[in-house]
Design a binder for this molecule. Structure first.
Ligand SMILES: Nc1ncnc2c1ncn2[C@@H]1O[C@H](COP(=O)(O)OP(=O)(O)OP(=O)(O)O)[C@@H](O)[C@H]1O
Length: 262
């Protein structure tokens, strides 16, 4: 096992363009610090999994990336996106969230029709034309179209949990973000629905950069290209997923992935 060497562990494990990067990201809830000096780079068109025990700071970190912690926590450090530090106060958070979308743990469709869930998001983002086409494309990209094409005007709440989550993914991608943040998107779903979302993620990554928090080690191993391991608020290991799972460098990573804690 290697010694604790931050520089080594933060090196980007793959070559290629970076979609988003954090520099020295610290997050505090009042006096309590939840994330410490997180330096991560997320390669474009890759899926990066954030893993770690409960309370290790994964969701806190993820939610900071599109400024969802603005009114909840103090976020210090830089979040670099397209040459800007989007953690600066003057940055328009609505623009940030248009480019960096979020899918939550529990599906949260609007109490509107399937069609309107997406059309509403499009109109909110200033789109006025080709709404029907965009609704169809988003539902197809989220692997839901075939199941709902004959009932687009039924309530979204009539869908199963797995379908609702795919609708939320369709809604998030309809506005064509660059980056999709997913906070345990399948933890409330059955295994078949979860696998559908994992399969869909492999298609989505050709257009999007995906960052996913997951407690499911099989899911991280199957679905992600890269994995960052969070431990007590620190990112202590970041590597290609195959490497991290077969040859973890840190004792704590090995203990976690082999089920010894968490
Ligand atoms: N809104 C909040 N107010 C105060 N403390 C919080 C808040 N949200 C999270 N925390 C604390 O911050 C720390 C990190 O929590 P976080 O939810 O980011 O961890 P996590 O790794 O995502 O955990 P889990 O896997 O259980 O979701 C924990 O100690 C948690 O109690």
């Amino acid at each position: 096992m290697a010694t604790y060497n931050l520089e080594e562990h933060y090196l980007l494990p793959v070559h290629g363009p970076v979609a988003l990067a954090t520099k020295h990201l610290d997050v505090f809830y009042g006096a309590k610090q939840a994330t410490f000096d997180a330096n991560l780079q997320f390669p474009k068109n890759k899926i990066t999994a954030l893993i770690g025990a409960s309370g290790s700071g994964k969701s806190t970190f993820l939610r900071s990336l599109n400024r969802l912690n603005d009114n909840v926590a103090t976020v210090q450090g830089a979040i670099e996106y397209q040459g800007l530090d989007i953690n600066q106060p003057q940055i328009n958070v609505y623009e940030v969230r248009k480019n960096i979308g979020m899918v939550f743990q529990h599906p949260n469709p609007f109490a509107k029709s399937i069609y309107e869930n997406i059309a509403f998001a499009l109109r909110e983002n200033g789109m006025t034309e080709h709404i029907d086409e965009q609704v169809e494309t988003s539902l197809k990209d989220a692997a839901l179209w075939d199941e709902v094409k004959d009932k687009l005007h039924q309530s979204a709440l009539s869908l199963s949990g797995g379908q609702q989550q795919r609708l939320c993914i369709a809604r998030a991608i309809a506005v064509k973000p660059d980056i999709l943040l997913m906070d345990e998107p399948t933890s409330a779903l059955d295994p078949i629905s979860s696998r559908k979302i994992e399969t869909m993620m492999q298609t989505l990554k050709t257009h999007y950069t995906i960052i996913i928090v997951t407690h499911n080690m099989q899911q991280a191993a199957r679905a992600s290209d890269l994995t960052a391991f969070f431990h007590l608020g620190h990112v202590i290991e970041f590597n290609k997923t195959t490497e991290l799972f077969t040859n973890p460098r840190m004792q704590a990573t090995e203990a976690y992935i082999s089920g010894h804690f968490g």
